[in-house]
Design a protein around this ligand. Structure first.
Ligand code: GAR
Length: 199
């Protein structure tokens, strides 16, 4: 069985979209894949409660408990490994996981580490993507599912969605329109990876 571990920091709506897709499309039977655990770096992440209610194993590894990024990432890697035991290395999906990962962590999960970012990459890497898209006068915005490399928000693009920016938009309304499309493209990207054996 191919295990999937989802990392979140907050609301977890992308995580929920992935869980629903896995359930509704029976990823276990179709691809031999199952969502093994949801891990958050924040104990108060709303998504953790939703995942628990679905019967999914959840864990919190709080970044505040570690003196530096390297030690947090080492604990995170250990938690991920312990969720999946001795089987195949897991697919690790960042779903609103708001931590920059160290090169050591990225290299350890190379080829199996995916992120969703709320902009049309390579535009607007980093934070405040919707504010910056509005300030730049963009007529379109969107989201990107991409492979994670050591450079923030830079890896190969797997899927993108595009939405119009409307004259009356503020960052909140634009974020909501983009987020609705994230829930479609993240499961689509993962489905394609599973079908292709991650190649
Ligand atoms: C999503 O818009 C996701 O693209 C973004 O955070 C939101 C999380 O929402 N991720 C990043 O900004 C990563 N740099 P969710 O918790 O409801 O899935």
């Amino acid at each position: 069985m191919q295990s999937i571990v989802i990392l979140i920091s907050g609301g977890g709506s992308n995580m929920a979209a992935l869980v629903r897709a896995a359930q509704q499309e029976d990823w276990a039977a179709r691809y031999g894949a199952q969502i093994a655990a949801v891990i958050s770096n924040r104990a108060d992440a709303v998504g953790l409660r939703w995942a628990q209610a679905q019967g999914i194993a959840t864990h919190t590894i709080s970044h505040a408990d570690f003196p530096d990024r390297a030690q947090f990432d080492a604990a995170l890697a250990q938690a991920i490994a312990s969720c999946v035991g001795a089987g195949k290395p897991p697919l690790v999906l960042l779903a609103g996981f708001m931590r920059i990962l160290t090169p050591t962590f990225v290299q350890a999960h190379a080829g199996r580490l995916i992120n969703i970012h709320p902009s049309l990459l390579p535009a607007f890497t980093g934070l405040q993507t919707h504010e910056r898209a509005l300030a730049a006068g963009c007529k379109f915005a969107g989201a990107t599912v991409h492979r994670v490399t050591e450079v923030l928000d830079e890896g190969a693009i797997l899927e993108q969605s595009v939405v119009p920016v409307l004259p009356e938009d503020d960052a909140q309304s634009l974020a909501a329109r983009v987020l609705a499309t994230e829930h479609l493209i993240y499961p689509r990207a993962v489905r394609r990876l599973l079908a292709a054996g991650f190649s």
